[in-house]
Design a protein around this ligand. Structure first.
Ligand SMILES: Cc1cc2nc3c(=O)[nH]c(=O)nc-3n(C[C@H](O)[C@H](O)[C@H](O)COP(=O)(O)OP(=O)(O)OC[C@H]3O[C@@H](n4cnc5c(N)ncnc54)[C@H](O)[C@@H]3O)c2cc1C
Length: 454
């Protein structure tokens, strides 16, 4: 499914790398690492040795690239979408582990012909050799990082995971750097050291940008909490106003990282979509569902509290896209960015046909429904409310979003030029996107935002 297209957009989104260029850069990094190694070091007669060396240097380059694909570099995530970047980050981590395993196995492969005992002995000698220490520690660290990432939710708090993930990745990078620059045939070429210094230096710079640069930039701006209002037992409206720093700007539908403990920088910030339009600035509104430690603590915050804002990010926007008509599909708290889009379109007096499907568990969970009904007279808007549990007096739809409802919403719209923005639980978004595509809306016109990256 196409999640977003790449466009030249304004407000902090000036430098965006297209997905095809990202793929070329990634493959180019690995290819140039192999080429630099081949040119700078003498070849070996043994195919296994050559393969082991190739796998090793490729894995080291892939590790460095992981720092750039960790999700906070806007030039990357604005082009393909943050969830795609993080999905790639996870996929590349497992590929990296395979390359490391093959790197080790290729060294042992020639002794396999002499029997498993001999190969085992060789492997043990290799791994316990003092000059292999940093390499072995790097592999152990990598394994620990991957296992902790998979088991994250069961083992630790999200913030603890994020902090340890970043710091331990930096240690693994340093160990790998030492290993490739001091061990094996690929290490003795001073020309290669320059190459590795650039590659590892870029990875370190990405880390510094994420953990130091961006938080420092965010400190130039400060926001004051106005109110936290309970809309339903689990949905809060949080409003805040900018009090200091260069005027904040964003496009309706984008999200920011909010830090409710601004004394602490990374990793104590969480992503939330802006539920208001830029026309309301310097005030912003958020619709937040209470799910865990941070979101449950929000009602306890006092008005006037400082809030850190890092952003804007994200691509769930109308501006700059082919949108003769607009279909918004929200599930539960997924309404947050889409009500921001609606409010912004209303403030601009937009005349395009807009259809909005909003699904929730029960009528009482449909927040802002009255406001959305009022907007029908201000915009060319038709709302379709649907709930899982419909009481007898409920006038809206019942049951999940299905093809019939999508067809009704798209009725009379020019599907070729309809932009569909979807936000809600991931299975609902995937099913809805497929149904919209089956109704003839081009894939490039279907965009969604995930609230979870797993
Ligand atoms: C792009 C985007 C926009 C979002 N917009 C909204 C919104 O408008 N309204 C809303 O209610 N929720 C939104 N979310 C989800 C929101 O970020 C999480 O629900 C919130 O961070 C949970 O924090 P917690 O400590 O209360 O819960 P926890 O129990 O700590 O976390 C629950 C889950 O939320 C995710 N999460 C937790 N902390 C972070 C973090 N620091 N960074 C990234 N993910 C985290 C993890 O998947 C975790 O398993 C959005 C998420 C994303 C990715």
């Amino acid at each position: 499914m196409v999640i977003s297209t790449v466009r030249e957009l304004n407000q902090g989104r000036k430098f965006i790398l297209p997905p095809s260029l990202l793929a070329v850069l990634y493959i180019g990094l690995i290819a140039s690492t192999l080429a630099a190694t081949a040119v700078a070091t003498p070849g070996s007669d043994s195919f296994a040795q050559e393969a082991a060396r190739g796998m090793g240097v490729a894995a080291a380059a892939m590790l460095a690239a992981q720092f750039v694909s960790s999700g906070r570099i806007k030039a990357l995530s604005s082009g393909v979408g943050l969830d795609v970047v993080l999905g790639f980050h996870r996929f590349a981590a497992s590929m990296l582990l395979w390359f490391v395993a093959l790197h080790v196995l290729a060294f042992v492969a020639p002794t396999l012909a002499l029997g498993p005992a001999r190969a085992g002995q060789h492997l043990l000698t290799l791994l316990t050799s003092p000059r292999m220490l940093t390499g072995v520690l790097a592999v152990a660290g990598l394994l620990a990082i991957i296992v902790a990432s998979v088991k994250r939710d069961a083992w630790m708090k999200y913030e603890v995971w994020r902090l340890t993930h970043g710091c331990s990745a930096l240690v693994v990078l340093a160990l790998t750097g030492h290993h490739v620059m001091t061990t094996g045939t690929a290490s003795f070429a001073p020309g290669l050291w320059g190459f590795w210094l650039v590659v590892f230096g870029a990875a370190g710079a990405a880390f510094a940008h994420i953990y130091v640069g961006r938080p420092l930039l965010a400190r130039r701006v400060s926001w004051r909490l106005d109110a936290v209002t309970k809309l339903t037992p689990r949905l809060l409206e949080v409003t805040m106003t900018q009090t200091r720093g260069p005027a904040f700007s964003f496009i309706a539908g984008q999200f920011v990282w909010l830090n409710f403990r601004p004394g602490l920088t990374q990793p104590f910030d969480n992503p939330f979509s802006i539920a208001s339009g830029p026309e309301e600035l310097p005030r912003m509104r958020f619709l937040i569902k209470t799910v865990g430690d941070l979101t449950r603590s929000l009602p306890g915050l006092r008005p006037g509290a400082d809030i850190g804002v890092d952003g804007p990010h994200g691509d769930l926007i109308v501006e700059g896209r082919d949108a003769g008509s607009i279909l918004l599909v929200a599930g539960g708290v997924g309404l947050a960015p889409l009500i921001g889009v609606l409010r912004s379109l209303a403030a601009q007096g937009d005349k395009r046909p807009i259809r909005c499907i909003y699904a929730a568990g029960a009528p009482g969970n449909l927040v802002y429904a009255d406001e959305m009904r009022r907007l029908e007279s201000q915009l060319n808007l038709v709302n379709f409310f649907t709930v899982d549990e419909a009481p007898p007096d409920w006038a809206g739809g019942a049951g999940p979003i299905d093809a019939t409802l999508i067809r009704r919403a798209l009725d009379s719209l020019d599907r070729d030029h309809t932009l569909a923005l979807i936000c809600g639980p991931t299975p609902m978004m995937i099913a809805t996107a497929d149904m919209i595509a089956e109704e003839g809306v081009p894939l490039s016109g279907i965009v969604y935002e995930r609230f979870a990256y797993d």
